[in-house]
Design a binder for this molecule. Sequence first.
Ligand code: NAD
Length: 326
Amino acid sequence: MKVVQVGYGYWGANISKKLVASSKFEFKALCEILPDRAEKARRELPDYVEISDNYENYLDDPEVKAFVIATQTVNTFDIGMKAMSMGKHVFMEKPLATTVERSLKLMEQAKKQGVILHCDHIMLYNPYYRYIKKLYDSGELGDLMYYDTEKLNLGPIRKDVDALMDLAVHDIAVIDWLSGGCEPVELSAMGHIPFGEHETHTYLTMKYDGFIAHLKSSWMSPLKIRQTVVAGTKKIVIFDDMSVERIKVYDCGIDVKPAESYEDYVYTNRRGDIYVPNIEFEDSLQNSLEFFENCVQTGTQSLSGPEPSLRVMKVLEWAEKQMKKQ
Ligand SMILES: NC(=O)c1ccc[n+]([C@@H]2O[C@H](COP(=O)([O-])OP(=O)(O)OC[C@H]3O[C@@H](n4cnc5c(N)ncnc54)[C@H](O)[C@@H]3O)[C@@H](O)[C@H]2O)c1
């Protein structure tokens, strides 16, 4: 599939590598407005990739089927709307947009033009999260009790969005997917702005119908931490993306023996085996790109298409409003 990529920053350079490596794509052009980054792309990408400072030159190229948009989040909306208006399919970097209103417009545009709009909620294409989803769907975890996560690192400080939009977005998308589209019924969010205009350290707590979630996100941590706990009534999974084992499944929980009166209920700790599954490495970004390509070829809307991405955006917007109230 012939594609044009827009944006060659930190993440855009990773996307380009995958487009070059994948047999599913013909990488027609890379568009970047900053001359030094365009120059970097010229040095790093194969000669057949055209380098341009104007993505609009490719909008009416009938051979180009799709646009891959990896600019700062504030800029993705206009590019996505224009590309779809010309009948192009769109791979949009997360989050889908900066507001619910814009996400709705993107969704309507995709419907009107009959094109695929895929948001790169990359964790849905990650083999470890997929394993957790399988465990949960099979009933092995039991009912979901809580979902806790920490996504912490030192920078990069983004100037267009806060840490919540940058990092918590990933787990909001995972919770949506894991729970089959559940939306929170209560939410509280807090953030700190030590400098600049956006929260660099955030806490988001959500109550869903049947479980709760806590998401901690930061650009101000000396350590890179990527830890998620998915706790079910039967088993608890700890996914530590920085560890060698990555996933540990704890066969543990609390057994409840009911009695006539609540005071006589007996709660016993249940401690069983700890299982470390062997999960083959897969590249999440490549999976996400190739999933998108497959959606285009088969004409099926994506797992991280406009509807789930809109629900994610609703949570983000709600959390942003709560944070501003603090
Ligand atoms: N899925 C993930 O895990 C993941 C990880 C990191 C970043 N991201 C997302 O990727 C996107 C880019 O992040 P980044 O860190 O690379 O940002 P960045 O600021 O490093 O790069 C963005 C680039 O886009 C270019 N650009 C902006 N408008 C343009 C236009 N009209 N035409 C051509 N180029 C244009 C900028 O000049 C810049 O080089 C963001 O949306 C971010 O949320 C996703």
